[in-house]
Design a protein around this ligand. Structure first.
Ligand code: COI
Length: 358
């Protein structure tokens, strides 16, 4: 396909494809194959290969298990009505992966190897791309440090792996509005930490608050900054947007917020829609005051897995705010239709965001 000779070993026992694409859930089913490439300091990345999906054999002393040196990404492949296979902005994921790698002391992955690996594995398993409404093939690239060693230092050996999961909506609510809990006890990340890297550590940090929020009937947690606990950051599984008095406002990237690919796309699209967009600090006081006075017209989250997720209710301390009529806002719906329209090839891709897998 390209410059790297990626070897392909096809499975001799293909699995049955999901019987009902409307019941896929998210991240539960895996395809027949996976991509794997190894790294060591002497050779760099070597032996890129597609293999049947398999369990890994790793030393229990592998560094990833102990100190969490790990990076992951998430993107999606779609099948268009005329049978083409499209990736959505893979260049953005590749760029972000290498930014995360830099922060996590993981070696850079050559961009052309990364893209070729994505295209090759998706092509091999293209029959697994679901086509039911709201479904796609979720792609999970990740890197782990594999050295068997218990000292704290960057690894010398790594595996870069890509697995694929035919998936439906990330939230069981689908496009129906979710209820969000603004967290005032725990924090997710601090500036100077690893908040802007895509790595497991940020997600394990979110679990205690997520369980607390779930028990109270909320889908997700909205994080405040880790120092003053005053400024809105992100939801963890997605970035957050507000429409306040006609202006779209989203927290500016500050080192502790994940630079989302869908976030970036929403900003560009809102500007195209003619809406004023501000990337800036937004305090929880400003937000709750806007909610109290009705100036907060809409709220939605954006993410690869979540796509566009309208937010119907926000809870902060002892107050619960209903946003608009608690339903799907106009901008959220338009963004969802535009993003998924481009992803599925239903709308013309005037921005060159999609990459065809041939
Ligand atoms: C994604 O949106 O791709 C993510 O990695 C978020 C994860 C919580 C599923």
């Amino acid at each position: 396909m390209g410059n790297y000779s990626i070897t392909i070993e096809k499975t001799t026992c293909p699995k049955a494809k999901p019987a009902d694409e409307n019941k896929l859930g998210f991240g539960k089913i895996f395809t027949d194959h996976m991509f794997e490439v190894d790294y060591c300091t002497e050779k760099g990345w070597y032996n890129p290969r597609v293999l049947p999906f398999h369990n890994l054999e790793l030393s229990p002393a592998s560094m990833v298990f102990h100190y969490g040196q790990e990076m992951f990404e998430g993107l999606k492949a779609y099948k268009t009505a005329d049978g083409r296979v499209l990736l959505f902005r893979p260049d953005c994921n590749i760029e972000r992966a290498n930014n995360s790698n830099r922060r996590l002391m993981i070696p850079q992955i050559p961009e052309d190897l990364f893209l070729e690996a994505l295209k090759t594995i998706v092509k091999v398993d293209e029959d697994w791309i679901p086509t039911a409404e709201g479904t796609s093939l979720y792609i999970r690239p990740f890197v782990i440090a594999t050295d068997p060693f218990l000292g704290v230092r960057p690894g010398d050996t790594y595996k870069f792996i890509i697995i694929l999961s035919p998936s439906g909506a990330y939230y069981p609510e689908g496009l129906n509005p979710v209820k969000i809990w603004i967290e005032d006890e725990y924090v997710r990340a601090v500036k100077g930490g690893i908040g802007e890297a895509k790595t497991g550590g940020n997600y394990v940090a979110s679990l205690a608050a997520q369980v607390k929020a779930h028990e109270a009937g909320y889908s997700q947690v909205l994080w405040l900054d880790g120092v003053e606990r005053k400024y809105i950051e992100e939801v963890g599984a997605m970035n957050i947007f507000f429409k306040i008095n006609g202006t779209v406002v989203t927290p500016m990237l500050n080192g502790s917020i994940l630079p989302g690919v869908t976030r970036r796309s929403c900003i560009e699209l809102c500007k195209d829609f003619g809406l004023p967009v501000e990337e800036r600090k937004i305090s929880v006081e400003e937000l709750t005051e806007a909610a109290r006075t009705g100036a907060l017209e809409e709220c939605w989250g954006s993410g690869t897995a979540a796509v566009i997720s309208p937010v119907g209710h926000l809870r902060y301390e002892d107050e619960v705010f209903r946003i608009g009529d608690g339903g799907i806002g106009e901008v959220s719906q338009k963004l969802y239709d535009t993003v998924t329209g481009i992803q599925l090839g239903k709308l013309e891709d005037t921005k060159g965001w999609t990459v065809e897998v041939k």
